[in-house]
Design a protein. Structure first.
Length: 69
């Protein structure tokens, strides 16, 4: 997937991305978070800017608090 480095990705984007990993890999939420960080951010939280990384963390926390405790 091509991502425009100039735009900030929203929380909804990461909710979908993490859910897709959860379903396709049949893994825990923590593992899905680690895989997203590795595959999407290439282990670099500054890869797409601070705002995008923060929205990723917010999406993870929302899933953790809502559905995957």
């Amino acid at each position: 997937m091509t991502v425009n480095r100039g735009s900030v990705l929203g929380k909804e984007y990461f909710l979908s991305y993490i859910k897709l990993i959860l379903k396709s890999r049949n893994c825990t939420l923590e593992m899905a978070k680690e895989l997203t960080f590795k595959m999407f951010f290439h282990n670099n939280k500054d890869q797409f800017g601070k705002e995008t990384y923060q929205r990723f963390l917010t999406a993870y926390e929302d899933l953790k608090n809502c559905c995957y405790q």
